[in-house]
Design a binder for this molecule. Structure first.
Ligand SMILES: [Cu+2]
Length: 287
């Protein structure tokens, strides 16, 4: 039993180390990939994730204080009421004052935690003044990204094939690199609306962005991101969705506004949305 558990922990450590190893030797443009011996959250890349991390830091202090308090009580009770020091056990069964205290104080602590928690939930829920909307659709088993206010083209994002994975470029982490990334401009509020097609839900999750949207067939869920630094960021489907759940990574390429406009123009041209000769003068449609 214990041997099995030790083996399990060792296996987990090897898996974590292996995952970290896969993330090494990146070009500097790849951001937000787990690294060796990583503990805690990835660095925050969006305003939402900055707030998630500060809420986490406050909660960590609160739960540490509570745990230490309970531990001290426990150790004190073990010492003070040991049979050698306390041969005749007390018959006390109730203490009204104590019971009120251990009911009311935890309620107050939970209310105290709920206030910033709900504030953050609503902050991350709806984009205010989004400059761009992207519709994320989870398929079995890949992602597609539609740009409804940029001429309504769509890109499909699939994990690299096994042959491509055999010769990865430096900016392509194994099992995370895709053929077509979602592309967004830096320093821009991007509204993400997510849904799913086919028989299952998926989870559009990029840890460094603080976004984790469960996408559900027949529903639209909303969130938003705004990323300062240009680069390629990675995430993974976080809702068990079936056979190839492991093989539908999320890659987001954050580029300058000019590069984004150029990318949009190329995509529109490829989709036949603008005459080939008119690409240079084409500007993204405004909503
Ligand atoms: Cu999945």
């Amino acid at each position: 039993m214990v041997g099995k558990r030790v083996l399990g922990i060792l296996g987990l450590l090897v898996a974590i180390a292996g995952f970290g190893f896969a993330g090494t030797a990146q070009a500097q443009k790849v951001i937000g990939v787990p690294h060796d011996w990583q503990l805690n959250f990835p660095p925050p890349y969006t305003p939402v994730m900055e707030r998630v991390e500060s809420l986490h830091d406050i909660l960590l202090v609160i739960i540490t204080l509570i745990s230490v308090f309970v531990l001290v009580l426990l150790v004190y009770a073990m010492w003070r009421f040991h049979a050698s020091r306390n041969p005749v056990a007390t018959t006390t069964t109730h203490h009204t004052g104590l019971e009120i205290a251990w009911t009311v104080i935890p309620i107050l602590i939970l209310v105290l935690i709920a206030v910033p928690s709900f504030r953050l939930l609503y902050y991350s829920d709806k984009a205010t003044d989004a400059a761009l909307t992207i519709k994320v659709t989870g398929h079995q088993w890949y992602w597609s990204y539609a740009y409804p206010d940029q001429g309504d083209f769509k890109v499909e994002s699939r994990i690299l094939s096994e042959a491509e994975r055999a010769k990865l470029k430096p900016n392509q982490p194994r099992l995370m690199a895709v053929d077509e990334e979602m592309v967004i401009p830096a320093n821009t509020v991007v509204r993400i609306i997510g849904t799913a097609e086919g028989g299952s839900m998926h989870g559009w999750t990029v840890p460094g962005f603080g976004i984790k949207k469960t996408v559900i067939p027949g529903r639209l869920n909303e969130g938003w991101i705004s990323v300062k630094e240009e680069g390629i960021y990675f995430g993974q489907c976080s809702q068990i969705c079936g056979m190839n759940h492991t093989y539908m990574p999320i890659a987001v390429r954050v580029v300058s506004k000019a590069d984004f406009d150029k990318w949009v123009a190329d995509k529109k041209k490829a989709a036949g949305l603008v005459p080939a000769t008119d690409v240079a003068s084409a500007t993204p449609a405004t909503r």
